[in-house]
Design a protein around this ligand. Structure first.
Ligand SMILES: [Fe+2]
Ligand SMILES: [Fe+2]
Length: 286
């Protein structure tokens, strides 16, 4: 843990949270804030408002094309869902400081989006109460990679090179070379910025779901783990380092994802990511 503290103390190139994310987090952490305060912030950001309404108008909720305002969206999806989704979506506008070439922004978001839509599909298959929450968690799950790459560009190039050569997971190479991994750093960053607990928890445990034992977010943590592995197996987004699928079967079982459902999620992954990329305006070289 000492190395993590050192990294954090010396981190000068922290990503800047988009203004709208900061405003949202302030309101979410203010006990006196009301849903209408959140609505006002979201409405002040046209693209965020459009993205949220598009989600709630998806066929999944059974009201396609009929929800036209945010108040109604909160009623349909629930306040927590809108809250988490707003944070996840707004993070896609996050700007990096230092912008190390070791980690391409586009490929990073493509992977994050892949994990988000994959986890959302898993959520739908297993009857998760709010699949959109998982999309949000997928969007932010690897945020620690940006912090490590932008603060230690040379070491991070080595991390990526060695993870590829040794076919190990990136977090193992990060631990070996930097002494801390992106899940730890991401958890610290989002806790500091008072992100909703479901997001912080998914970030912390997305590589080690079995270490999360306290309950409330178990399904979310496992769905993100499975989606992350499926994206790598399917070659969706940036596949860096080796694939560690040791726990995949057992985690799928624990979360209630059958083999057929897993196949279905995997098969649809590429098409869903392409659709979502367009939606978020993310472009990557083919
Ligand atoms: Fe990760
Ligand atoms: Fe990941």
């Amino acid at each position: 843990m000492a190395q993590l503290e050192l990294i954090i103390k010396n981190a000068r190139n922290l990503p800047a949270l988009p203004q709208v994310t900061s405003k949202l987090l302030n309101v979410f952490n203010d006990a006196k804030a009301q849903a209408k305060d959140v609505g006002k912030i979201i409405e002040s950001d046209q693209s965020l408002a459009t993205q949220l309404l598009k989600q709630v108008n998806s066929p999944f909720y059974g009201f396609p094309g009929r929800i036209s305002n945010l108040h109604h969206a909160v009623v349909i999806m629930g306040f927590n869902a809108v809250k988490n989704l707003a944070v996840g979506f707004s993070m896609a506008k996050m700007s990096r400081k230092g912008g190390s070439a070791a980690l391409s922004t586009e490929q990073f978001w493509e992977h994050s989006l892949g994990v988000g839509v994959g986890a959302r599909s898993i959520g739908r298959e297993i009857g998760y109460s709010c699949p959109e929450e998982l999309l949000a968690a997928g969007l932010v799950h690897d945020v620690g990679k940006i912090i490590l790459a932008d603060n230690f560009p040379e070491e991070y190039e080595q991390v990526i090179r060695e993870a590829e050569e040794r076919e190990e997971e990136v977090c193992q190479a990060e631990q070996r070379i930097l002494g801390a991994s992106h899940d730890e750093v991401g958890e610290w960053f989002t806790r500091e910025n008072r992100f909703p607990p479901v997001l912080t928890t998914c970030i912390k445990y997305h590589h080690m779901p079995s270490r999360y034992t306290s309950g409330e977010f178990t399904k979310a943590v496992k769905a993100i783990y499975v989606a992350n592995q499926l994206c790598k197996l399917q070659g969706v987004g940036w596949k860096c380092g080796g694939i560690c699928t040791g726990e995949l079967e057992s985690v799928c079982r624990e979360v209630g994802l059958s083999d057929e459902a897993k196949e279905k999620v995997s098969e649809n992954l590429k098409a869903e990511v392409d659709e979502a990329k367009e939606f978020f305006g993310i472009t990557t070289a083919a």
